[in-house]
Design a protein around this ligand. Structure first.
Ligand SMILES: *Cc1c(COP(=O)(O)O)cnc(C)c1O
Length: 465
């Protein structure tokens, strides 16, 4: 059937207009949403009508009813969780990915997408200083990338003791010990759960959440057999980095596979002024990071990097008669990630890196850290405010005294609407956490957010005295 191109044009024109309206509103609208999901659900639901509707009308309706329930995550004054905005090049490339609608599983089927993803992968290895020739897979996020690295590790350490995991499965296999710092991200536990490896052994960490090498060595020495060590670059509270090289060497002495969760922190390796935090990171066996956080590409996009391509391909590779398998070349995407059919997630990464260039990537990462430092300097001067962590990267944990007072000030801050930061608990206290992850955040955003914080503190003081 020949589709009238005007059908696409009218729907895409509407989407384009609504996208620009949204992006124009990001600076001026309150950061938080105005309606919650329960209030919005009736607008989206009800019985599905019988007949079709015009595509452009559907797009109009979607934009209209979504509007009050959108959080201004792309705002330079959004500091919640660890989220990041979107670079224009990456957003536009992502639109093309949808228009092209390629199933990006195989090189032979979609050569342009494969070439873009392979080029982006090679640039990433170079920027992050990781071993050339490592396999790079584009996943849905760091959770999936942690899964990939830990799955490769599971296969490798079991094979090393003569257990053929692919053939014999996990039932009856020698127990795989997994050691992780106690202040890890919950997605590591999740990935281990998917892998049937159970709850890991927690290794002691210091006051910034960094794994203690001596504790790692003694915990490793307490057992034997197949073992995986999972390290962290970028603690989600303190931003701290495990002593990666030192810990990797200790782990390797015990025959371990070493995986590094660097969801947002791995990007420190791209910056000459920050790379020292990650000395020796190239000695790990696998690395997980996100492109949708620090690199500021649209959701969702993670990166799974494995130094031993034959291992990761033995886990995820599929060879059947109906596929176009890439037998000799750099390998198909479907051999490097859990998905079979997949979106061309690496294409926005290619566009982001192409538009930034090497210096642009460095400026992006250094800029986030500079803004975090500005927050730290200003907050240190505010009476009754305490920054609990050493601000080495993009994260700040703030206490306003008692847990109760911190809660109350956080609530006032979010109601104010100028800025958005999330609450959490760290170092035995309830905190307000600032994560600087958006490429658009500038000095004015930091100043406006500090002013909003000061208003919330003053209002709290006025209410309680
Ligand atoms: C965000 C994060 C993850 C999980 O990443 P997703 O992209 O949400 O899957 C894992 N580890 C760390 C340290 C993180 O900050």
């Amino acid at each position: 059937m020949s589709v009238d191109p005007r059908v696409f044009r009218s729907a895409l024109d509407r989407a384009h207009a609504h996208a620009l309206t949204w992006l124009d509103s990001v600076e001026s609208r309150p950061v938080g949403p105005r309606a919650d999901a329960d209030e919005l659900l009736p607008l989206f639901s009800g019985p599905l009508q019988d007949g079709p509707l015009d595509a452009a009308d559907v797009v109009d309706e979607l934009a209209r009813i979504s509007e009050p329930g959108l959080m201004s995550m792309p705002s330079g004054r959004f500091f919640g969780w660890v989220i990041g905005g979107t670079l224009p090049s990456a957003m536009a490339a992502d639109w093309l990915v949808s228009a092209w609608d390629q199933n990006a599983a195989m090189r032979g089927a979609t050569p342009a997408v494969a070439a873009a993803e392979e080029a982006a992968g090679a640039w990433l290895l170079e920027l992050l200083g990781l071993p050339r020739g490592s396999d790079v897979g584009f996943t849905t996020g760091a959770t999936a990338s942690n899964f990939v690295g830990l799955a490769a590790g599971r296969q490798y350490v079991l094979n090393a003791v003569g257990w053929d995991l692919a053939k014999d499965g996990l039932t009856g296999a020698p127990r795989v010990r997994v050691l992780v710092g106690a202040d890890r991200h919950a997605s590591v536990d999740l990935a281990l759960k998917y892998l049937g490896l159970g709850t890991p052994v927690s290794v002691d960490v210091d006051d910034q959440g960094r794994i203690i090498p001596a504790a790692l060595a003694s915990t490793l020495a307490q057992g034997s057999g197949p073992v995986i060590v999972c390290l962290q670059a970028g603690n989600l509270h303190s931003g701290a980095f495990d002593p990666v090289g030192e810990a990797a060497d200790i782990a390797h002495e015990h025959g371990a596979w070493v995986h590094l969760d660097g969801a947002f922190g791995l990007w420190a390796a791209a910056s000459p002024s920050l790379r020292h935090h990650l000395a020796g990171l190239e000695r790990c066996d696998s690395w997980a990071t996100d492109a949708h956080k620090t690199l500021n590409v649209p959701y969702d996009c993670g990166v799974a990097i494995v130094a031993h391509p034959e291992v990761v391909r033995s886990v995820f590779g599929v060879h059947t008669s109906y596929l176009l398998n890439d037998e000799k070349g750099p390998g198909d995407a479907l051999e490097k990630v859990p998905e079979f059919s997949r979106r061309a997630r690496g294409v926005p990464v290619w566009a982001a890196l192409r538009s930034l260039g090497r210096s642009g990537v460095i400026d992006l990462v250094d800029g986030l850290v500079a803004n975090a430092q500005s927050f730290a300097v200003a907050l240190a001067k505010m009476p009754g405010v305490k920054v609990l962590n050493d601000v080495v990267f993009t994260q700040l944990c703030i206490s306003f005294g008692s847990d109760e007072r911190t809660h109350s000030i956080t609530k006032r801050l979010l109601a104010d609407g100028v800025t958005w930061m999330s609450g959490s608990r760290w170092a035995g206290r309830d905190i307000l956490r600032i994560s600087v992850s958006n490429w658009t955040t500038d000095d004015a955003d930091v100043a406006d957010s500090l002013a909003a914080l000061q208003r919330a503190i003053s209002a709290e003081d006025a209410a309680t005295t």
